[in-house]
Design a protein around this ligand. Structure first.
Ligand code: MG
Length: 239
């Protein structure tokens, strides 16, 4: 087990060199915003994607020409439909305020398209009171045009370099196996936002919470992480 010191300003001031989370990277759908699970399930069935395979990987590997264009158009349509219903994840404001108050940078890595990411930042965020907008300064925001996408750790390593914070001092928060594997493979701490549909992924998470603001407990008081969790898709018989 590896001990992480608290990430609060007070703890950093009194004990600056301990290992601690110094920046947090979020998945978007199902993490910052309420899940678009139904939409994804719909797409999976409609496009005939084999279970256990990602929609984007399926299109990349198996579809070509007109068939591929049609599938890509349909994905955009469904994403746009889901976008209209985007809501902030319950507890998110509390967590973002904590991160802001303690000076931790935040970023997004999403497999969604650029328009949806912009919509989240411009529409969903600006619905909040203006004095809260400063809590939402995600930088960078990597959409799926940044390749390779999660579960590859490249996006997270890119952010680590940009921020000048080593990967082991970053936390990757998400609701999908891709997010957790991205975190584990980068050597970062992975945090699972648990729902009924994703509890099987818990074995790939260093931290699991039922509401996103519960992450504050770990960041405020420090925590222990089992850094022996491996970045393979082997779920120990639970998958
Ligand atoms: Mg997600």
């Amino acid at each position: 087990m590896v001990r992480y010191a608290p990430s609060t300003k007070a703890s950093v001031a009194s004990d600056p060199y301990s290992l601690r989370i110094r920046g947090v990277v979020f998945d978007m759908d199902g993490t910052l915003a309420t899940p678009m699970t139904e939409h994804l399930v719909k797409l999976h069935i409609e496009l005939g994607v084999p279970s256990g395979m990602g929609i984007l990987e399926y299109v990349d590997e198996f579809l070509q020409g007109a068939e591929r264009e049609k599938a890509e158009r349909r994905i955009l349509e469904v994403e746009t439909e889901a976008m209209a219903n985007m809501q902030l994840s319950p507890g998110l404001l509390e967590l973002l305020q904590f991160l802001h108050d303690n000076g931790l940078p935040i970023a997004i890595i999403t497999r969604n398209n650029q328009v949806a990411a912009q919509h989240f930042l411009e529409q969903v965020v600006t619905r909040q009171p203006k004095d809260q907008w400063k809590w939402f300064r995600f930088d960078p925001v990597l959409d799926r045009s940044f390749k390779p996408t999660k579960p590859h750790p490249q996006g997270l390593l890119h952010i680590s370099q940009k921020w000048g914070i080593p990967p082991q001092e970053l936390m990757m928060v998400g609701d999908h196996l891709d997010d957790l594997l991205c975190g584990v493979r980068a050597g970062s701490v992975s945090a699972l936002l648990r729902y009924r549909y994703n509890s099987a992924y818990e074995c790939k998470a260093h931290i699991s919470v039922d509401r996103i603001d519960k992450i504050i407990d770990s960041l405020a008081h420090g925590f222990e992480a089992d850094m022996a969790i491996d970045g393979t898709t082997d779920m120990g018989g639970y998958a």
